[in-house]
Design a binder for this molecule. Structure first.
Ligand SMILES: [Zn+2]
Length: 917
């Protein structure tokens, strides 16, 4: 793409493009004719112009000239293919005399470009592309310009910082529907037999990346958003699809419902004179928000009545449609001056779409909104917090400064940063909740006002917006808040402690999982507190914390109410947990608040930087209370299933260090839960809890009985059995393998792999999707459990098996399973260590022929070191000492040892803290 910003250095700049394209489906190329009004570029200081440049990619320019009022100048054109530029040169001694700033001259270019033929999802849909359907009888031409493919449609300044108007005409078949960013001005049908010339109105100022047109065989649904009382004019709306147009009714209805809501939010009219949605057979980026002409891959929005009866699908489609609508104001009318701001553009569209769709949710119950769903907390926010917890994570600013915007043939995916995007959504949501809808709308409305054109005439930076909003609301906190979250990496842990019932202390530090705090610059964040008070109301007194510590002279229940901020909270006083229980008892704690408390605990427990005995104490207190209540409140199965996975981690650590001396923690709770659980349940969370109960008590008769009954159903040939819930399958395997008695039974279990297809027919639920992916997951579950046996003969058998299949990846899973299941059992650990030492060299010799063996041996070494590091610490150290240099070109034994030790620190801390209970 070349390294320079052309709009800064080009001698001449376009004011308007007049573009005529000829599209003939029988030809692989298209013809183009461009007449551009040019002005002199004040920034380039050219005195007498001998040449100028425009972006151009795969265009063959056949003629070019400049016309001024006085005369015509022929131009010669050369192409710089690497920089994707067309260089226009005046002939020698014939350069253009210097121009007045106000003077306009005309560039005339004739050229030929190519049309990409698209027939599957693998074909790139960029520039102008054509898909054919109905046995090749019907065709659709469409475009995709983001980030820089407009230059393969016409010579232009193809950069996000540059805006210009465009007037397009298209000559094509009379049978085609022809659409572009704005409405049609005229249609001439007399040009040539079977052809018509469609001329569109002139667009407002826009970047080339949201330019677009569609021409082809399409069906249509039409309607209009009526004129609004506040003076917004009527907006014609149309949805186009090559097939099944009646399945697009939901799309049309959604646009009609939300476009007026967006006009009210932005307090400005829709910025164009019409809006089209076009459903296309293929589109790589799934959806593209071209100004006034949104394109979407059709399978996402053609919805049958069955699809429409599914609330989740409806919600996702609404969010997608409203997201694209938001871009028409933010991203298109107001645009950003660099591709590095793409994350913000996308965050804004998603945040506002989710906000409006949630706000408008027809369910009375708040818990149905997107922000309160698992789809948000567990599938979007949590994975992002997890990946943002490591020391190598950069701030949004540092991350985007490393994007390679000069990469050849950049595609949208190259410039989209997912972590920045998700963080951005939460930042915007926090800000909106702190400011309030009405004030935020009012503060932003100037940006979209056509008459002011403050933010429309040129592209801006996200901070320009927040500076404006801050000025309007007379609050420096707003730009500071946005700047802090984009410049500081990671996120904080906010610790809450109560010395007495009357006051609360808050302290913040960066949250890290893999390093100590003294290894980073631990800068305080701008934390939106979202404090919930004991009376159930939100605190209005303190809403933002910018210092390290804060003391409140009143009691609080919790911070980060309903996971509205991007951080975790650590509750460090017994009073906190007592209060949670009281709030649950009185039905005042939302399910989301409870889930967030437990999810945060699951990341604090086992983290040596932050874990304290109080976390374990609080955890067990809360867990027990929930277990006692669950028969009356079945919703509690969801937090309980989270608690059970924390308990599994605690028990594992105790087994590593406790040498079986003490009975496992949480036994009383497990008994309560076994009595409460309904074995025939269909609820996902109750099933997840049942799965954990089975594995936590895998050798007890009750677990064996349940697992064996399901195990025989799984293997059954008959199809009229009741089916096995997919949530339970892995736990059933774990119980079965833990109780195997002999090698014959073990072989039979292994042979389940051969019967995968038949067994999957006996399973219900969504954990194993249909097709190859589901089969793969199922086979992985078998390997995960194949080593989890307890019998000494079987341990030997398993070790032999691993040795025999050392060149295959499942060896890693089987070893990990075996190591986990014999933790704390000295005789079996001894077997593993002897086996490892005696086979180690032989494996490495084989890795000379089969290099991937050394990767497998690396993982196996990690599992074995972790298993033996307490019981055989001296043996292990002398082994590493004597071997590390000999094997260093194949294996980094020292590195593995460091990893094992750092994992040991957290297990040991967890053991010590739980021992202190
Ligand atoms: Zn978008």
């Amino acid at each position: 793409m070349g390294n320079k910003i052309l709009a800064l250095v080009a001698a001449l700049l376009p004011k308007n493009y007049n573009l005529e394209l000829e599209l003939d489906p029988s030809k692989p190329n298209f013809k183009g004719s461009l007449t551009a009004d040019l002005r002199v570029n004040k920034k380039s200081n050219a005195n007498g112009i001998s040449q100028f440049e425009l972006h151009s990619r795969n265009l063959v320019i056949t003629s070019a000239s400049i016309t001024t009022e006085a005369r015509e100048y022929p131009l010669t054109v050369s192409c710089d293919e690497t920089a994707q530029l067309a260089v226009f040169q005046f002939s020698k001694g014939n350069s253009l005399p210097s121009l007045e700033e106000s003077e306009t001259i005309q560039l005339n270019v004739k050229y030929v470009g190519s049309v990409q033929q698209v027939s599957s999802n693998r074909d790139q849909t960029v520039g102008i592309f054509k898909s054919s359907f109905n046995d090749g009888k019907n065709h659709i031409f469409a475009t995709h310009c983001q980030p820089s493919f407009a230059r393969s449609i016409f010579p232009c300044i193809d950069e996000p910082s540059f805006k210009c108007s465009i007037q397009l005409s298209i000559k094509t078949l009379t049978g085609f529907k022809v659409l572009s960013n704005v409405s049609q001005q005229s249609i001439e049908t007399t040009t040539k037999n079977g052809y018509k010339l469609v001329k569109f109105n002139k667009t407002p100022l826009m970047t080339t990346s949201v330019f677009g047109f569609v021409a082809g065989h399409l069906d249509v649904l039409k309607s209009q958003v009526p004129e609004q009382e506040v003076g917004y004019p009527m907006v014609p709306i149309a949805v186009y699809s090559p097939i099944q147009i009646n399945d697009a009714t939901f799309t049309l209805d959604t646009i009609l419902k939300y476009l007026p809501k967006l006009q009210s939010f932005f307090q400005n009219k829709f910025p164009l004179d019409k809006l089209d949605f076009v459903l296309l057979p293929f589109l790589n980026d799934m959806a593209m928000e071209n100004f006034g002409l949104i394109t979407i891959q059709m399978n996402h929005l053609l919805l049958s009545p069955t699809n429409l009866s599914n609330n989740m699908i409806r919600l996702q489609c609404e969010q997608l449609i409203v997201h694209e609508l938001v871009h028409q104001w933010m991203g298109n009318f107001v645009s950003f001056d660099s591709w590095s701001h793409l994350w913000f553009n996308e965050s804004f569209a998603t945040w506002l779409a989710c906000h409006l769709v949630s706000d408008n949710d027809t369910h009375d119950n708040d818990s149905h909104s997107y922000w309160n769903s698992d789809a948000y907390l567990l599938q979007q926010l949590e994975p992002q917090l997890i990946s943002d917890s490591t020391i190598t994570r950069k701030s949004i600013m540092d991350d985007i400064s490393q994007l390679d915007l000069n990469k050849q043939d950049l595609i949208t995916n190259d410039i989209f940063n997912h972590i920045a995007y998700t963080k951005g959504i939460t930042m915007l949501r926090s800000l909106q909740l702190c400011i309030g809808d009405q004030l935020l709308s009012k503060a932003m409305s100037d940006l979209f006002n056509d008459n002011l054109a403050l933010f429309h005439e040129k592209s801006v930076k996200p901070m320009d917006i927040w500076n404006h909003v801050g000025k309007f609301l007379k609050s420096e906190n707003i730009p500071n808040f946005m700047s802090s979250w984009t410049r500081i990496p990671g996120f904080p842990l906010l610790s809450v402690s109560k010395e007495d019932a009357e006051s609360t202390n808050l302290v913040q530090h960066r949250f890290l999982v893999d390093s100590k705090l003294d290894q980073v610059e631990d800068v305080p964040y701008h934390i939106p507190l979202f404090i919930k008070l004991p009376n159930g109301e939100l605190d209005k007194e303190n809403i933002l914390m910018t210092d390290r510590t804060m003391n409140l002279k009143y009691p609080i229940t919790l911070c980060n109410h309903n996971a509205q901020g991007y951080y975790r909270v650590s509750y460090e006083s017994g009073l906190c947990y007592a209060d949670f229980i009281k709030q649950i008892e009185e039905d005042k704690l939302s399910q989301l608040d409870l889930m967030k408390i437990i999810v945060d605990l699951s990341h604090i427990i086992g983290n040596p930087n932050y874990e304290k005995p109080i976390h374990l104490l609080g955890f067990f207190k809360l867990f027990k209370y929930l277990s006692e209540k669950v028969t009356k409140k079945p919703d509690l199965w969801e937090p309980i299933s989270q608690c059970l996975s924390i308990l599994e981690a605690i028990q594992l650590s105790v087994r590593v260090y406790g040498k079986g001396s003490k009975s496992p923690l949480g036994l009383d709770i497990i008994t309560i839960l076994w009595n409460a659980i309904n074995l025939d349940t269909k609820s996902t969370y109750e099933l997840q809890a049942l799965g954990s109960l089975l594995t936590l008590t895998k050798t007890e008769p009750r677990s064996v009985e349940v697992a064996e009954s399901y195990y025989s159903t799984l293997r059954s040939d008959s199809s009229d059995n009741k089916k096995v819930p997919s949530e339970l399958v892995s736990s059933i395997f774990q119980v079965i393998v833990a109780n195997l008695q002999n090698v014959k039974q073990w072989k039979k279990f292994h042979e389940l792999i051969k019967a995968t297809d038949r067994i999957l027919k006996n399973i219900e639920g969504s954990y194993y999707p249909e097709g190859e992916q589901g089969k793969r997951l199922f086979i992985e579950d078998i390997y995960d459990n194949l080593g989890r046996n307890n019998d000494e003969e079987l341990v030997k058998k398993t070790l032999n098996f691993i040795d025999g299949t050392i060149e295959n990846e499942p060896a890693i899973q089987i070893m990990q399973g075996l190591a986990n299941s014999i933790v704390g059992e000295p005789a079996k650990i001894e077997l593993v260590w002897d086996w490892f030492v005696s086979h180690f060299h032989q494996w490495l010799r084989r890795s000379q022929k089969i290099p991937k063996i050394s990767i497998i041996v690396e993982s196996i070494s990690f599992s074995v070191f972790q298993l033996v590091q307490v019981s055989h610490s001296d043996d292990l150290r002398s082994f590493i000492e004597s071997e590390k240099d000999q094997v260093k070109d194949k294996l980094d034994l020292e590195g593995i040892w460091v990893d094992v030790q750092s994992a040991a620190i957290s297990r040991l801390k967890l053991y010590e803290d739980s021992n202190s209970l």
